[in-house]
Structures are given as C-alpha cells and as structure tokens.
Design a protein around this ligand. Structure first.
Ligand SMILES: Cc1cc2nc3c(=O)[nH]c(=O)nc-3n(C[C@H](O)[C@H](O)[C@H](O)COP(=O)(O)OP(=O)(O)OC[C@H]3O[C@@H](n4cnc5c(N)ncnc54)[C@H](O)[C@@H]3O)c2cc1C
Length: 306
C-alpha cells in the first residue's frame, strides 16, 4: 500500500510547481499512478518491501495546462503531459495525425489502465519496455519541461532521445514537471506497431517496433519512412539507417526484406539475444507491410532461405 502524510491536488501549473519544488525528500509526483502503485506494491521503492509511506503526494491530474493536444503553426503537434493512451483510440482526429499511435494503444495494457496511463508517466518512468516512447522518437519528439524561477514558470525543451538516459533514468531535475511532448505529424501516412512479450494480454514488451510511412502517389516508391525500436537496449532507438535505405526505394518484398536485416546488430540486451534478433527482423518487415497495407498497398509474402 502507498500512504502519505500530505496529498495535494493542484489545479494550475504554477501551484503544482510550487508544491513540487518545496516537496520534502522522498515525496512523489503522480499522474495516472499506474507505474507508481506497482512500484510501491512490489517493493521497488528502495529497500522497503510491502507498505510505502511518502511525506507528500502531488497529484497533477487536475492541472488543466497538462490536458489535451493542439496542432502548432510549425506543423507539429503538442500532446499535453496528461494525455492518456485511450485517447489515441477514441479521438479520430488525433489518430489521423499520429496513425501509429492507435495500434500502439491497442497493445497497451487494458481498457482500465489505458484510461489512466499518461504519456508523461510513460516517458518519465523510462522503462526500456515503454510502448509510448518508440512511436514518439520516430517523429522527432521533444519533451517540454516546466520549473519555477523567481516565482515565474519557465520552460525548457529536450529531444526525447536525450531526455531518456537509461532504464528508469531521465534528465528531469528536482522540482521539474513535464508539461507536454511535441512531435512531427504524419497526416496521410500509414502507421503500425508490433509488440511481443511473455503473454498476449496485459503484457510488458520484450521488443516493440513502431513504423510510420508515406508512399509516393503512384504507390511505387517509399517517400518517407519513420521507424523506432524499443526493448533491445537501455534506451529506445530510432532506425535512421533503415529509414535512409528505404527513402526513394521501390516498394517491393525484396527491398523490405533487405531493410529488415539492417538493424540486427543493434541488439544490446544481454538476455535472449538471438531471439530478439529474430523478432526484430520479423517486426521491421511486418510493421512496414502493415503500414503499407493501411495505405492500400499489399505485397506478397517474403520467402527467406531456411
Ligand atoms: C497492469 C499494467 C499494465 C501495463 N501495461 C503497459 C504496457 O502495455 N505498455 C507500457 O508501456 N506500459 C504499461 N504499463 C505501465 C504504465 O501504465 C505506463 O508506463 C503509464 O504510461 C504510466 O503513466 P502514469 O500516468 O500512470 O504514471 P505514474 O505512475 O503516475 O508516474 C510514473 C512516473 O512518471 C512521473 N510523472 C508522471 N507524470 C509526470 C509529469 N507530468 N512530470 C514529471 N513526472 C511525471 C511520476 O513521478 C513517476 O515517477 C502497465 C502498467 C500496469 C499496472
């Protein structure tokens, strides 16, 4: 069980920052609490196993500045920190701009968790298995972070690939709150997400792949491709080399098969190396095909030598 001496439910960003910047050591900030409660229950809170007591819980779910999303003048989209994964399944407009997020959300936990789980919580928790990070990395995401300086709210931005520095580690400093994630939009792209874990439902990823791509108007050539992997190393990775290989190439099973061989040397995890290599090959191939299928292009299967 998680208990606290004091609980705050601020409504404005400034009051959230005031509470959080003065929070006694050992305090926690929570949004959906879907990572925080297992953290407390499973004894991951340091040496403590069983009940966990914190001096202060700052709950940011009522901070309106962290809600919702909006398209920016520069063509990017700003996703509020408290946007929950269920929204990618329910908001058609959001799904049009980020077509790889609904398949990601579909694989994410279950209905109940999806309605609570925020994108900021997923990013700050920084699990190598976080499903939300690879799709955002693929679209050049930046993390918007707020803090208080001389009683004024100030913001800084960091690329998501720099923000996450290792398993459970980020560049977030004491007193800071993530306010949003901004990323490219992919209107007119096909999107796909593949994931494998220990079982089919409520599963934490061993490997996941996210793909967003745009074919040429005549459906012959890859105009743009965005790909990222999770679970194969301490931090998620963008597959720039595969993207570069595919851009401008003719769309064919052979080209996709060649592309899916490129990232195999990236497997840094020490466990299940061979398995992860096989999975990556299959996932890159399948996610490209799925994304093409969503653009109305279906290809014959690839026959690989046994
Ligand atoms: C049964 C179950 C299934 C799950 N399945 C999946 C899955 O399929 N895929 C997956 O990726 N994850 C899964 N998770 C993990 C979890 O649901 C996600 O990581 C979720 O996105 C966390 O968001 P949250 O709002 O609940 O975070 P919280 O638990 O509230 O917070 C997590 C961390 O982020 C910090 N934080 C939250 N918001 C902010 C903010 N605005 N600024 C600064 N710090 C912040 C908190 O302080 C804490 O350190 C699952 C969890 C459970 C319990």
């Amino acid at each position: 069980m998680l208990t606290c001496d004091d609980y705050r439910l601020p409504r404005s960003l400034k009051s959230a920052l005031e509470a959080w910047s003065k929070a006694p050591e050992g305090s926690r900030l929570v949004a959906g609490a879907t990572d925080t409660l297992p953290w407390a229950r499973q004894g991951r809170a340091g040496d403590i196993v069983g009940d966990v007591h914190v001096p202060l819980l700052v709950d940011v779910t009522e901070v309106s500045a962290l809600d919702s999303y909006r398209l920016q003048d520069d063509g990017r989209i700003r996703l509020g920190a408290n946007l929950v994964f269920q929204q990618f399944l329910e908001d058609e407009n959001l799904a049009r701009y980020l077509p790889h997020m609904p398949p990601c959300a579909l694989w994410f936990a279950d209905d109940q968790i999806r309605r609570q789980a925020t994108i900021a919580g997923n990013i700050v928790n920084a699990s190598p298995a976080a499903d939300g990070i690879p799709p955002l990395v693929a679209l050049n995401a930046e993390v918007e972070i707020a803090s208080l300086h001389d009683q004024e709210v100030v913001h800084r931005n960091l690329p998501l690939v720099e923000f996450v520095t290792g398993p459970g580690r980020t560049q977030l400093q004491p007193g800071e709150i993530v306010t949003a994630v901004t990323c490219d939009t992919a209107l007119g792209y096909g999107g796909a997400f593949e994931k494998v874990g220990h079982r089919r439902s409520l599963v934490i990823s061993i490997v996941c792949t996210s793909c967003c791509l745009k074919p040429s108007q005549d459906h012959k050539v890859f105009d743009d491709v965005r790909l990222a992997l999770g679970g194969v190393g301490p931090v998620p990775m963008r597959l720039d080399d595969v993207e570069t290989f595919l851009r401008g190439q003719t769309i064919s099973p052979q080209v996709i098969a060649a592309a899916s061989e490129i990232p195999l040397d990236r497997v840094a995890s020490r466990t299940r190396r061979e398995y992860r290599r096989d999975v990556i090959r299959g996932f890159v191939d399948r996610s490209i095909r799925d994304a093409l299928a969503r653009c109305g292009i279906s290809l014959p299967p690839t026959h690989r030598p046994a």
